[in-house]
Design a protein around this ligand. Structure first.
Ligand SMILES: NC(=O)c1ccc[n+]([C@@H]2O[C@H](COP(=O)([O-])OP(=O)(O)OC[C@H]3O[C@@H](n4cnc5c(N)ncnc54)[C@H](O)[C@@H]3O)[C@@H](O)[C@H]2O)c1
Length: 349
């Protein structure tokens, strides 16, 4: 399934746009049932399928699998017709990124270890869009089998993948003098290894689509951090994992360019409005107020003002700021391996 449907998406493309595929286990009687390809290599399989499928076909019947129907986007949004997967999408940046992509015409899979949260967020997106454009899927980015299973589900439901937003991330602050090895591993596994595992599972799907439709490019975007560009005091595990993400992005970009995949990272500044900072109980503002980290601060608003004053533009990063960077990177056909700061001038490169 993860090899066949992406290859079919590429073969059934029209004017460079790859369709969403819907698989119906029933066989359509008007169409000849094509045998499943048995050739040894993906390239030979794509060639065999292409030879068997008439140009301009909008549906295909494959023996033992069923009928595969195409659906092309009629929308004009900045993500129209794209199939996107956002990791860590149950809340925070990931949830808002998925919502924006859907509002701009994408089909979106929200993947999260909190699968109930991801499904609830997908339902909210569908209600807002007035049609079923989003799905929630379980994924633990630290577990290769879980990542693979999630991608198999997404490809089975939508046909392939145009955009991976590797957003899942965690933070456990702590001094190098005291942080436990377990906390260090926890952060490194999600932010660094999890990014690698998601790219490793998503890239072959995109590569197959590119093989079948060589003019088309696909995108992987990591949501990194300003802490991937500049050290973070008493927060070394997080900053180290994010610096590592920059190294992975640059290295993978060199390899994956031959498969039609651009891979870039966005480094947002602090997202003060998200739950990580603003959760009334466990958010960083509430924690910093309780622990007296900001001298003289009496309220959460005092703590917030202190952090906003560190940003030359005087405010935190918002999802619209990040979305402008995401759409820029998708639309820019001549960049890969880049890390794009979105920090209001707090970190300059
Ligand atoms: N919040 C900020 O100020 C800020 C600033 C810059 C960059 N970032 C980055 O943006 C991304 C999102 O941050 P956020 O503030 O929205 O975080 P958040 O804590 O609000 O949400 C993170 C999501 O990731 C999910 N998640 C955690 N571990 C997972 C795993 N193993 N597998 C799958 N999902 C998992 C969580 O369930 C949650 O839904 C992170 O990569 C973070 O480093 C955040």
């Amino acid at each position: 399934m993860t090899t066949l449907l992406p290859a079919l998406r590429g073969i059934l493309a029209s004017n460079g746009q790859l369709p969403r595929l819907r698989l119906d286990p029933a066989m359509t009687t008007e169409l000849p049932a094509l045998p499943l390809p048995t050739e040894a290599t993906p390239a030979a399989q794509v060639a065999a399928l292409r030879a068997a499928i008439p140009a301009g076909a909008q549906q295909v019947c494959l023996a033992g699998l069923g009928t595969i129907r195409t659906e092309f986007s009629q929308g004009s949004g900045r993500a129209a017709g794209k199939i996107a997967l956002v990791t860590g999408a149950a809340q925070g940046f990931g949830c808002e990124i998925a919502s924006d992509l859907a509002a701009q015409g994408a089909w979106v899979a929200l993947a999260d270890v909190n699968v109930d949260g991801a499904r609830a967020a997908a339902e909210r997106i569908n209600a807002a869009c007035g049609r079923a454009v989003a799905m929630g899927v379980a994924m633990n980015v630290t577990d290769p089998a879980s990542v693979q299973a999630a991608l198999t589900t997404v490809v089975g439901a939508l046909g392939g993948l145009d955009l991976l937003v590797a957003n899942a991330g965690v933070l456990r602050a702590g001094s190098v003098k005291t942080i436990s090895a377990a906390d260090f591993d926890f952060v490194t596994n999600v932010n660094y290894k999890g990014y690698f595992l998601c790219v490793q599972a998503a890239a072959p799907i995109m590569a197959l689509q590119h093989l079948a439709c060589p003019a088309t490019w696909f995108d992987i975007i990591q949501i990194n951090s300003k802490s991937g560009l500049q050290g973070s005091n008493r927060n070394g595990a997080y900053a180290g994992s994010k610096f590592g993400g920059v190294g992975l992005t640059q290295s993978f970009a060199m390899e994956l360019v031959e498969d039609g995949i651009k891979i870039n990272a966005i480094c947002p500044g602090n997202f003060f409005d998200g739950p990580l900072w603003s959760d009334p109980q466990n958010g960083l503002f509430a924690q910093y107020l309780r622990t007296g980290k900001v001298p003289g601060a009496l309220t959460v608003a005092d703590v917030k003002r202190f952090y906003e004053a560190k940003v030359p533009m005087g405010r935190g990063c918002t999802t619209p700021d990040v979305m402008r960077a995401i759409y820029y990177l998708c639309e820019q056909h001549y960049e890969t391996g880049q890390t794009l700061p979105v920090t209001g001038g707090q970190v300059m490169r």
